[in-house]
Design a binder for this molecule. Structure first.
Ligand code: ADP
Length: 500
């Protein structure tokens, strides 16, 4: 048994990737599925379509797999917070899944905040009261589907994030489980006791009978139902996508951080075995839970997390909104055609600002233009904006954790942009390191499953597999960096509160 089949169930597609014992992807399949927008601000997925596309890509990869590539375990990583409610008897979802991006429960969150519950929520869950998380989405389903609440109380229904939903289907209803990395995104899970919390359940009016059992992120937690793939395959890991990427970047020690440059940017910092409560509006979350060498009970690793809403999406806007580039990869040459931004700043607050500012009313601002400003300056300002936002969350993490971060590991589509990575190193003042394998989400889940079944013996084993593609050293003088950040913060001030 030499391979791990990683399932990467993302927001727009379901993927299956077969990894060998060297951590290299040898087969992959991917299928997109429908994005459903029933009303402004609402985003749904058909949970059955998620399962079917996931099953199809598994079968596709299995069909390509030779007997020599025997699968030791399945690994599961998933889009987080997306909420599914289904019937325990029939396995049918009661409604479409409510996706993490969905904003329909903003008012419920506002009401809870006005009632003064934010402090309790942050203390217990490490989260801010926001419609992003599963708790109020589940409450919405119970309140809006006729009869659902009574049925939930009678134990007839099951709630799950996508990890739970996939395992339920892979085991044909034998296992209803989740892991702490996913549970810690629900507003229902206590970070300190590592259990569902009665006070939080009461606050959100969630019947306990709905909830999955919480199992470690790494371990043989279930087996696939034999009729699906001809044999029972162990399920060796469950983990949310960003936490998986952190593991896939081999950020095993406290003080190690990764940033993913996708549509948005997601930075996670390993803070070790104790949760750090943020003073700077960052999230505290479980990274993973696993049995470490010679330990009796699984150990929990916590992370600080920050997201920047407009990362690579800023470049999409240059392409689709302004039409100044034809593809994302063109931005690098255009931005490099000018030596600097000529004091022009783009604040891409198109959907407000996330961590560490959290201003939903901030809006996009382009400031500092003169008659000499060209599209090249704007392209460069867009790249700088991504790096400057990331520098701000990096600083907030350092402050919260008290750790001087030595480097930043990077992945995601926009991390291929060398100019962006150099700017990032300059604005951080620490090296930016891009690994050879940037499919870190699936890889991290594969590593956790492989550790569970003995394909890798320890994280030391894995850390030696992680290898550098390119390292970007900071080349900006500290005084220049400070001046740059100060100017950026002035630009940020102009963007705040605009929609008020
Ligand atoms: P996601 O997983 O969120 O869909 P990806 O990791 O696939 O994101 O990255 C895609 C994002 O990266 C897009 O927003 C795109 O604009 C941006 N991107 C891709 N290539 C580049 C590049 N060379 N320079 C800057 N941004 C890029």
């Amino acid at each position: 048994m030499t391979h791990i089949l990683a399932l990467d169930q993302g927001t727009t597609s379901s993927r299956a990737i077969l990894f060998n014992a060297q951590g290299s992807a040898v087969h992959r399949a991917q299928r997109e599925f429908k994005q459903i927008f029933p009303q402004p601000g609402w985003v749904e997925h058909d949970a059955l379509e998620i399962w079917q596309t996931q099953l199809q890509v598994i079968k596709q990869v299995l069909a390509d797999t030779s007997p020599k590539q025997a699968i030791a375990a399945i690994a599961i990583t998933n889009q987080r917070e997306t909420t599914v409610l289904w019937d325990r008897k029939t396995g049918e979802p009661l409604a479409n899944a409510i996706v993490w991006q969905d904003r329909r429960t903003v008012e419920h969150c506002d009401a809870l905040r006005q009632q003064g519950h934010q402090a309790l929520i942050q203390e217990k869950t490490g989260l801010v009261l926001d419609a992003y998380f599963s708790g109020t989405k589940l409450a919405w389903l119970l309140d809006n589907i006729p009869g659902a609440r009574a049925r939930a109380e009678r134990g007839e229904l099951a709630f799950g994030t996508i990890d739970s939903w996939l395992v339920w289907n892979l085991t044909k209803g034998q296992a209803h489980i989740t892991d702490p990395s996913n549970a810690s995104r629900t507003l229902l899970f206590n970070l300190h006791t590592l259990a569902w919390d009665d006070e939080l359940l009461a606050l959100l009016k969630i019947p306990r009978a709905l909830l999955p059992e919480v199992v470690p992120s790494s371990g043989v937690v279930a087996h696939t139902e034999p009729s699906l793939f001809g044999r029972a395959i162990p399920i060796g890991s469950l983990i949310g996508d960003q936490q998986a990427a952190t593991f896939g970047q081999a950020c095993f020690e406290p003080g190690m951080a990764k940033n993913t440059y996708g549509t948005g940017c997601f930075m996670l910092l390993n803070t070790g075995h104790a949760p750090v409560v943020s003073q700077n509006k960052l999230l505290t979350t479980v990274g993973w839970q696993r049995l470490e060498a010679s330990a009796q009970a699984p150990a929990t690793t916590y992370c600080l997390e920050a997201s920047v809403f407009m990362g690579g999406a800023t470049i999409q806007w240059l392409r689709d909104g302004l039409n100044i580039i034809a593809s994302a990869s063109e931005v690098e040459a255009l931005a490099a055609s000018v030596p600097d931004v000529a004091d022009t700043y783009l604040v891409p607050a198109f959907t407000g600002l996330g961590a560490p500012i959290w201003d939903g009313n901030a809006r996009g601002t382009l400031i500092g233009m003169t008659r000499g400003t060209t599209k090249a300056h704007i392209a460069r300002a867009a790249l700088e904006a991504i790096a400057l936002q990331v520098a701000d969350v990096f600083a907030a993490m350092a402050k919260d954790s008290g750790i001087a971060l030595a480097e930043l590991r990077v992945d995601g589509g926009a991390s291929n942009n060398n100019l962006l990575m150099q700017l990032q190193a300059d604005f951080l003042g620490v090296p930016v390191v891009r690994p050879k394998v940037t499919e870190t989400t699936a890889l991290g889940a594969a590593y956790l499953a492989g550790l569970a079944v003995g394909l890798w013996s320890s994280t030391k084993d894995i850390a030696t597999q992680w290898s550098v593609d390119r390292r970007f050293e900071p080349s900006m003088a500290p005084a220049d960096r400070e001046a740059k950040m100060a100017r950026w913060h002035q630009a940020l001030e102009r963007a705040k509160g605009w929609a008020n």
